[in-house]
Design a protein around this ligand. Sequence first.
Ligand SMILES: [Zn+2]
Length: 331
Amino acid sequence: MTSPSDAAPASTRPDTQPADPRPGVSPSSSPHPTGAGRYAPSPSGDLHLGNLRTAVIAWVLARDSGREFRMRVDDLDTARARPGVAERQLADLAAIGLDWDGETMWQSERSPVYAAATDRLADRGLVYECYCSRREIAEAPRAPHSPPGAYPGTCRDLPDAERERRRKSLGPGRVPALRLRAEADELTIDDLTHGPYTGVVDDVVLRRGDGVWAYNLAVVVDDSAQGVDQVVRGEDLLSSTPRQAHLAGLLGIARPEYAHVPLAVNASGDRLAKRDGAVTLADLAEEGTTTRSAVARIVASLGGPDGADSIDALRGRLTPASLRDSRWTVA
Ligand SMILES: [Zn+2]
């Protein structure tokens, strides 16, 4: 097999400590001295070819850089998670040849950790209650350059009496959402695929009004807990990355490196979805298409060798920058 052309020459040092430990990771105390990449599917349905391809890219970039590869199930929203879906996703990932290190992390089991992280922020005055409905946020006046969807800060500085009144007016089953009192309006991250990216930082939700911990908090806390220092994921998540990087900074967590890679699209150029036909391994099996030939399509879409039907054929062939134009039209 080829190895990455920029791989360091074999160390002649007698010890086994890495010569260049990653920022924020102490070789003497961390269980992840080499860092890790990861994949974190949300169990809303079977993975389609585009999801599987992103997982393969993340796996190749992690393994090629000597990192571990970690798995995490983004099942925060237990009301929406369907039984058995996560297990099928993990089985499909294994079937296409991915392997991962350590236990799979389930976000639904980690509420106390998210609560503790929020408490740490609250102790520094960085958390406040928000009572807004989606509609109120959409209709609130906002600053001229504020993008759609950014929180306009309605509840940031409410007097106590007004908080009391609004707390009482929440509907049944609702709790106040908790928001971060962000200390920046925007932030630039260095994305290894896109280059520098500047995006909005607003007062992100930490816990939603239905009591569910928010994705932006969980992803930051859990990447740190799993020793993840390389985040490779679909470019639909690029715009929320400055918020996550800001939150990581406030929590004292070293910012991972990021690579947001192009998504698979359908013949019309829209993001691939289940409704686009036979796009999951189960759909393909029904049509008589084997997993191996699905893997061959993914490998070919990433410039792998002709006819290769193993993801190992991609080792040493991908770099984050080379993926910039890798949008895949699944027809
Ligand atoms: Zn609010």
